[in-house]
Write a protein of this length. Sequence first.
Length: 255
Amino acid sequence: MTWGVAGEWRPTSSNQVIPEITLIGETDITLLYGEEYEEQGYSATDDLDGNITRKVIVEDQFDEEGLLVGKNYRVYDTSFNEGLAARVITYLDEVAPEIILTPNQTEFTILEGVVFSPPTAIATDNRDEDVEVIPVDRDSFDYNQSGTYHFDYNHTDSSDNEAAMVTVTVEVVDTVKPVINLTPNQTIFTIKQGDIFTPPTAIATDNTDNAVAVSVVDVDTFDNNTIGFYTFTYDHTDTSGNEADTVTVEVEVVD
């Protein structure tokens, strides 16, 4: 005797031939992540019962993500012999994550000395959760030093898909003119013919460069023995290419 599916005792059958389940299509299925599996069909036959496809029980298997990863097929003939078959479903993720900046800007120009923080970034993916992306400071950024700096953002998802690298370029510029300071702080002089005259000394001060002495240009070939008007000019350009306002000293030699 044996215990029947319907919950009653049945006579033990001498038929021990297992029914056969035939799956249509592949048993190992590979899908792109996000695709849904469509049943390709099956049939079941038994040596005594014939076609028993209608009796096939299909059970779905899911992973922790809720993805369908398997299908089990089960059938019983009238002698309670069990036939089994199965499909295994795997998923291929070929979609690269995407890096999104906030603000969504990749080129910046800032004045030297102004504090700057690179954009924040997250990587979004078709499968993984959003994650923060920390930029790589390629050039040892210094907002006190003029120059071009780069920050690189990279990310690889759990399926080893690499995001397209995002590079933020920061141009630190100095637009402040240096200032020429005279000693004495005077630009107009009158001297008597024959008197010795020495033009003022000058220093250029700058927001970033060190103070430097400025050479004077004798425009008119000064001659303290000859009556007339003479001009001395002072010019300076800082290391960032900013030109100071020209300072002109006028000297009149009189009788």
